[in-house]
Design a protein around this ligand. Structure first.
Ligand SMILES: Nc1ncnc2c1ncn2[C@@H]1O[C@H](COP(=O)(O)OP(=O)(O)OP(=O)(O)O)[C@@H](O)[C@H]1O
Length: 838
């Protein structure tokens, strides 16, 4: 929209409002300016500013000279003998002051008769105002300087007048100060005046500087002191040396292998030995070839080309990342742990050569022949087959002969799979965006994609994503690197032993390799109690927990409910901060905070990302149902903008676990091999996951795309080494604390009181002892109770010694062997049995 003339607000004092956008003439408004332009265009302001600066310098000379003369030669008091007017105009009077007669007169007025040395504050105010008006720069915040200087002009003369009244230095408080102090003394007495002055000093300091009032502390603990010293040292060291945070090796970008077969004749089947391979580099296991010239032949001869074979070598270069510290005044959250070293690639294992793509030409040929044969049986003619060899499967891309309908091939899906007789075949008809049909056939010798090859890849190392993670390799052998903030939550499913835990570890490890502990925190929920325990070593670096919780890896369902609710509070708090900062998301918020445009005194703080990892979600939903689902869904719906992301894994992808609401809020879903097509549909909304080969073979759905990946493999010893490496470094005093959340249950939980036990306590005890299963969900079912009440009863049973403590996904131990023993036990527990207790 075009800007209209003369619509900008004008102010005589604001330099920045007189900018280029200002209309050059008043033509459009048609009105004549009331004031001359030099008054309104900022020139007058500049001139006044320069005048103030020079006046400040003049007064500095005058005051200093006045005090110098006063203390060395007694005085330069012209006023005692001459009038102010005479001092100004009588040229016969000689002033000793360096600033002449006027300087002497002003000093006498402002220092001796006025405010004593507090008069220097007037110079300060003139300077601040002058510089601001002349060049638009702020040497000090103007408002605060004026306010504090005026308070100083009030307090300092009186205080000095009180303290120095009998000494030769009484002039430092000025006559005003001296007389005010006398008056106060008459009114309050000396002690009263001293108390008043002390009180007013404290009041001014609190008012002006928000001075904290606290009792003197014991000397700071060793850790704290060292930490802050180190922070300073580090800043210097790093500024000087430009030390880097990574010292890690980089692997070059992976190349992929594509093999092309061309079908020349559909009449018969090709002979493997005739396949036109050229010389074979031994280490690759197969060879680049030139396509053979198409010669008319009697057989359906197939031409094979292999494009673009490249051997990967490891650790080719050491990459240096940009300097960690810049010399400026930006807030740097990483200085909280300045010596933190990022994990190095040496902590990871290789799992054989990263280059070996071990599909042999015989295997390729055999598969190709079977595909051609099968299709020929159904009279489907094909023009060309192209094979792309991935780490686990090879994709045979078929270009049908003109006139062949894709739907025909699609209908033959099952037959083709059957005749290829291999597990893990997946047919993609057509490949989205191409007019070809894809048949994925598992390799006889699948390749393990090591985490090292992903982390060492340039794409990962140079990634500018907020929360980058390397999931594995695509069928083109390229690393798949994504940003968790864009996902923004991940739901992962797969039958037991198919690679979920490894997948979770790959995501967590990626982020540990890229992020400083101040930038990201994990909330780890592990009802199985085994998978995530390794990460407890990095509790004080990377984990977040409830303030009263001892364990940072959350295994108890009750605590999970509390933690998820607490995360909801954290989310609401963060939204308030974002609103106050007038930004839309955590990224903008942190940029503003780092630029020091948000005041920590108003509650602003650097916000780390929080990643909530849940291994075995089904267990939680089975035991706590809605209590888990409600806060979790709210997080999934709303937490993206404030930097909370969820990564959830489950063995059982059934519809009662992965409900519609949960699915709707998790657009990114990962499926490892599942048992049935129905499970595949539940997780991905399509089949395919039941056709995977297992061991990290996975499908990733991002809502629009479905990609087959081989998940990066990171083994337990590797995770141990990473956590050990991080855990052995200097840490925060504790894990990151989430806001307090107490549910009603916790309040009641404190102590078991037999008199207050639930009325179903005894029935519950009988059910548990009869079935010998200490399970909350059993009580829920049998007694038709909600989770809260069943949980409360099970706690009471634990306190009464009938069941043992919570053991994750396992049922609690039942400590009473049979019903007879229980009846006796219950009898003893009844209040009537122990009358003295009440
Ligand atoms: N990406 C991978 N590459 C190679 N092997 C893998 C990969 N992922 C998993 N495996 C193999 O499968 C085994 C089981 O994997 P994992 O523990 O991740 O399964 P899971 O799905 O978590 O099982 P559960 O649900 O029983 O915990 C691993 O010990 C490993 O041998």
């Amino acid at each position: 929209m075009a800007r209209k003339g003369n619509t900008l607000k004008k102010s005589a004092l604001r330099k920045d409002e007189f900018n280029e956008d200002q209309p050059k003439s008043g033509k459009k408004s048609g009105k004549k300016p009331v004031l001359p332009s030099w008054l309104t265009d900022g020139r007058a302001v500049k001139i006044t500013g320069v005048f103030f600066i020079l006046l400040a310098l003049y007064l500095l000379f005058a005051f200093s000279s006045y005090l110098f003369l006063y203390f060395n030669w007694g005085s330069d008091d012209l006023f005692t003998t001459y009038s102010f007017r005479r001092v100004l105009f009588d040229t016969t009077i000689e002033a000793g002051n360096w600033a002449g007669r006027l300087g002497a007169a002003l000093s006498l007025l402002l220092i001796k008769k006025g405010f004593g040395i507090a008069a220097y504050l007037i110079i300060l105010m003139l300077l601040v105002a002058g510089v601001r008006m002349a060049v638009g720069a702020a040497i000090l915040p103007a408002g605060k300087t004026f306010r504090n200087s005026l308070l100083g002009l009030l307090w300092l003369p009186v205080a000095l007048g009180f303290l120095l009244q009998q000494s030769a230095y009484a002039i430092l408080g000025g006559i005003t100060g001296y007389q005010s102090a006398r008056w106060l003394e008459g009114l309050l007495g000396k002690p009263g005046t001293a108390i008043f002055l002390l009180f007013s000093l404290v009041a001014i300091l609190v008012f002006a500087f928000n001075m904290p009032l606290e009792l003197p502390k014991r000397p700071a603990g060793k850790d704290e002191a060292e930490e802050s010293e180190e922070a300073d040292d580090n800043l210097q060291v790093n500024q000087k040396t430009g030390q880097n945070r990574f010292n890690t090796a980089v692997l070059p970008e992976d190349k992929y292998n594509t093999v092309e077969f061309a079908v020349k004749d559909e009449d018969s089947h090709p002979e493997t030995k005739n396949a036109p391979f050229a010389s074979v580099p031994e280490e690759n296991g197969f060879e680049p070839v030139e396509p053979r010239p198409a010669e008319p032949k009697a057989t359906p001869e197939i031409e094979l080309t292999i494009e673009n074979i490249d051997t990967l070598t490891e650790n080719q270069e050491i990459r240096e990342t940009p300097d960690r510290f810049t010399i400026d005044t930006e807030f740097d959250p990483t200085l909280e742990l300045p010596h933190y070293q990022f994990p190095t690639l040496e902590l990871l294992d290789d799992y054989g050569s990263t280059a070996s793509i071990s599909v042999q030409k015989e295997e390729l040929e055999a598969n190709k022949n079977r595909i051609v044969e099968t299709l020929a049986n159904y009279s489907i003619q094909i023009d060309k087959i192209k094979a792309t060899i991935g780490p686990t499967v090879t994709l045979y891309e078929i270009i049908p002969a003109p006139g062949v309908r894709i739907s025909k091939i699609k209908n033959l899906e099952d037959d083709i799979a059957l005749s290829l007789a291999a597990m893990g075949i997946r047919i993609i008809a057509p490949i989205p965006g191409k007019g070809t049909i894809g048949i994925e056939v598992p390799n006889l010798k699948p390749e393990i994609v090591s985490m090292k090859s992903i982390m060492g890849n340039e794409r990962f190392q140079n990634s500018k994503f907020e929360l980058p993670f390397g999931m594995g390799k695509t069928i083109q052998n390229e690393p798949y690197i994504a940003d968790l903030t864009r996902m923004p939550h991940i739901l992962m499913a797969g039958a037991t032993g198919q690679g979920k835990s490894v997948g979770l570890n790959a995501i967590i490890a990626s982020i540990l390799y890229k992020k400083h502990p101040s930038q990201v925190k994990f909330v780890m929920i592990d009802p199985k109690k085994v998978e995530l325990t390794l990460f407890s070593k990095i509790e004080r670096h990377f984990l977040a927990k409830l303030p009263d919780s001892e364990e940072a890896i959350i295994t108890d369902t009750r605590k999970v409910v509390r933690t998820l609710n607490s995360l909801n509070i954290e989310m609401d708090n963060r939204y308030d901060l974002l609103k106050d900062a007038q930004v839309r998301n955590i990224k903008e918020y942190n940029v503003k905070f780092v630029d020091r445009r948000l005041n920590p005194l108003h509650g602003h703080r650097f916000l780390p990302y929080i990643i909530v990892v849940i291994d075995e979600f089904a267990d939680l939903i089975m035991t706590a149902g809605k209590e888990i689902e409600t806060p979790l869904t709210r997080l999934a719906q709303l937490a993206r903008a404030i930097g909370i992301h969820l990564v959830i894994a489950t063995q059982r992808p059934s519809v009662n676990i992965i409900t519609g609401t949960i699915k709707a809020n998790f657009p990114a879903r990962i499926a490892f091999r599942v048992i049935s097509k129905i499970d595949s549909r539940t997780i991905l909304d399509t089949g395919g996951a039941d056709q995977l080969v297992g061991r990290g073979d996975m499908l990733l759905s991002t809502g629009s795309d479905l990609i087959r990946l081989q998940c990066a493999f990171v083994d337990t010893p590797e995770v141990e080494r990473i956590t050990e490496f991080i855990g052995s470094q200097r840490a925060y005093p504790d894990a990151y604390h989430l806001p307090e959340y107490a549910d009603e249950q916790d309040e009641k939980e404190v102590e078991f009181d037999p008199a207050q036990r639930d009325e179903l306590f005894e029935d519950a005890a009988r059910i548990i002892v009869q079935t010998q299963q200490g399970s909350t969900s059993l009580l829920q079912r049998k007694l038709k109770l909600g989770y809260n009440r069943a949980g409360r009863i099970i706690d009471q049973l634990e306190a009464a010694g009938i069941v043992g403590p919570f053991e994750g996904s396992k049922a609690r131990e039942v400590k009473v062997a049979n019903e007879m023993a229980l009846e006796q036990y219950l009898k003893d527990l009844r209040p009537e049995a122990n009358p003295n207790d009440y």
